[in-house]
Design a protein around this ligand. Structure first.
Ligand code: MLT
Length: 275
């Protein structure tokens, strides 16, 4: 599906319980609306394995962030604040009145923190996968600018080869060829202009650590055992700073835990939402 927001056309999946236009977005029977926010430089399909499992009980909305997948890109820097405003506008345009469950991975988590800052009343719960609240160090921000310049000049050639070992656990690369190829495809298909814009947006993102204490809603924190980008130790610290957070480490997974080990993650999300 495609929807026009102020200055961007957003492609999204809207499926599952309560997704019919006339139905209530959230009902009395424990079902909720889940807004899935993908990581960088991927697209909504990184959540396909969650949606397949959760759509039977929940409404699942999975957009492509501006510039990614089927969503348009109009130039500039994709700040986390802008991406959060896009998502708030998407919820409004879909007339979703009930607070939703936000499920964000990595960059999707940065956006979830921004949405909390802008519109906390729209959020009932958060699932924070493989993400962090702190901003970039100068060194990381410099690396992002180098990558932005590189993809603007050379396109996405070679980017997947560099990223896959950081995104996936070694055992995933060795034993799950379909998963690895799907990640490669998402990266190869990404628009270099949107990749550069998101890198610059992430480099400028603000520190959300001080906001964690204000997130009093239930939060499930999910982290792959072998996540090299946002390791379990740092995500345990994040959980400890959340007043109502629960931590779950996923075995045999890296930074893309929900995509690498969907059964374990789906079971955990399903149980957590049911409680
Ligand atoms: C992601 O998976 O979204 C990225 O690791 C985020 C980042 O580069 O900080």
């Amino acid at each position: 599906m495609q929807i026009q927001l102020d200055d961007v056309s957003v492609s999204y999946v809207d499926t599952g319980r309560g997704a019919a236009p006339s139905a209530e977005a959230s009902s009395q029977d424990g079902s909720s609306t889940i807004l899935f926010l993908h990581g960088f430089p991927l697209d909504h399909s990184m959540w396909d394995r969650q949606i397949d499992s959760l759509r039977h009980a929940h409404r699942c909305i999975a957009p492509d962030l501006r510039g990614f997948g089927g969503s348009s890109f109009d130039g500039g820097v994709s700040s986390m604040s802008q991406l959060a405003k896009d998502m708030i506008q998407l919820l409004d345009r879909l007339s979703i009145g009930e607070p939703v469950t936000l499920c964000g991975l990595s960059m999707g988590g940065y956006i979830a923190f921004e949405m909390w800052q802008h519109e906390p009343s729209k959020i009932a719960r958060m699932i924070l996968c493989d993400t962090r609240a702190e901003p970039d160090s100068h060194e990381v921000a410099r690396g992002r600018e180098m990558m932005a310049l590189q993809v603007e000049q050379d396109g996405m050639d070679g980017v997947a080869n560099g990223m896959i070992p950081k995104l996936l656990a070694p055992s995933t690369v060795q034993t799950q060829s379909e998963t690895t190829e799907k990640v490669r495809q998402m990266i190869d298909d990404a628009d270099p202009r949107a990749v550069a814009a998101a890198q610059r947006g992430m480099a400028k993102r603000c520190d959300s650590s001080d906001r964690l204490a204000s997130i009093q809603i239930p939060a499930l924190v999910v982290c792959g055992e072998h996540d090299r980008i946002t390791p379990p130790e740092s995500m345990r610290d994040l959980t400890a700073a959340l007043p109502n957070g629960s931590f779950l480490e996923i075995s045999d997974a890296g930074h893309l835990a929900p995509f690498e080990q969907p059964d374990a993650v789906n079971r955990a999300i399903g149980d957590w939402l049911a409680n």
